[in-house]
Design a protein around this ligand. Structure first.
Ligand code: PRP
Ligand code: ZN
Length: 299
């Protein structure tokens, strides 16, 4: 029987939209009629590109609860998974980290009722904290030398103080709106999380080959998300300095403007560095600066 590369993603929740968007941006398509939980991709790998196409395992997507993904990948039921770092660390599942995917960023944080005074973590000494991440919380409290008691709850953690179950909670926060609507305020960050691509510990060779191809696409998409294409006009005298500021993928493209002494420079910059660079570029005499989004960036 032909092997199949199985990728587990979250069925619905914090990571599912980002996971589907990533697959879509990677050019991987599938049709998912009436909530099917197991689908084959139509176009990955593209068989025409392979000589030994019989050997190439097709890609299948499994839609699961995020909490189940670490164990399912550790146990080789799925070969790959996309899951939050919080669940990976909490579950202690033995999986291979492959790539931080950068989306679904959130944090595990301690929160207390907003009417409660807060002088610091010592306030939690001897108190109950409700969480669905007891291991991460226990490690954190131990590192900070706080002797608090942990009450495990699988969901709706934010309700705990209001029903007398705990004096504080330790839960995932992204926008903060769940805490706010439950009268809680964040007082301490415990752990930072984002979506991770993980693999089963011993991936067979054929499947690893396919993972490499998938990763090439993923990296191209992720890089494009954090970079911008920049075009500008500059006096030729400033060219050397500008090229040092905008090294690009190899080096910037420079072309001559139809005006003596002026050139056009094209390069790629990290989005987070762009605004800082604009000031420097202006100082160097650059003008007509255009910035364009990128779709894919392959090295
Ligand atoms: C988390 C957490 C909060 C909410 C916080 O649940 O338990 O309920 O998200 O997000 P906010 O700060 O944007 O309001 P999640 O969506 O991960 O669901 P789950 O725990 O059932 O998987
Ligand atoms: Zn969950």
């Amino acid at each position: 029987m032909k092997p199949v590369l199985k990728l587990a993603i979250q069925r619905k929740g914090r990571l599912s939209e980002g996971s589907l968007e990533l697959l879509r941006d990677c050019g991987i398509t599938f049709s998912r009629s009436n909530g099917k939980l197991k689908v084959f991709c139509d176009n990955f790998p593209l068989q025409i590109l392979f000589l030994r196409d019989d050997d190439i395992p097709p890609l299948q997507i499994l839609f699961l609860r995020d909490d189940d993904i670490p164990a399912i990948v550790a146990g080789s039921v799925a070969d790959l998974g996309i899951v939050g770092r919080n669940l990976l660390v909490e579950s202690r599942a033995e999986v291979q980290p492959v790539r931080d995917l950068g989306f679904a960023r959130c944090r595990l944080a301690v929160a207390v009722e907003k009417t409660r005074s807060w002088a610091g973590l010592d306030d939690l000494e001897g108190k109950w904290i409700a969480t669905s991440h007891p291991r991460i919380l226990a490690d954190f409290l131990e590192r900070r030398g706080v002797d608090a008691r942990i009450r495990r709850i699988a969901g709706s953690v934010e309700i705990a103080p209001a029903i007398g179950m705990a004096e504080a909670v330790c839960d995932l926060v992204s926008s903060g709106s769940t805490l706010l609507s439950n009268g809680l305020r964040e007082v301490e960050t415990v752990f930072q999380s984002s979506a991770q691509l993980v693999a089963t510990p011993e991936l067979p060779a054929q499947k690893s080959e396919l993972l490499e191809r998938l990763l090439l696409r993923i990296q191209a998409v992720l890089r494009a998300r954090t970079h911008k294409y920049i075009l500008l006009n500059a006096p030729e005298a400033a060219l050397e300095e500008i090229c040092r500021l905008l090294p690009g993928m190899k080096s910037p493209t420079v072309s001559r403007l139809n005006q003596p002494g002026w050139v056009s420079v094209q390069s790629v910059v990290k989005e987070e560095e762009f605004w800082e660079m604009v000031d420097r570029l202006h100082e160097m005499g650059a003008e007509g600066i255009l910035v364009l989004g990128l779709e894919k960036m392959v090295f």
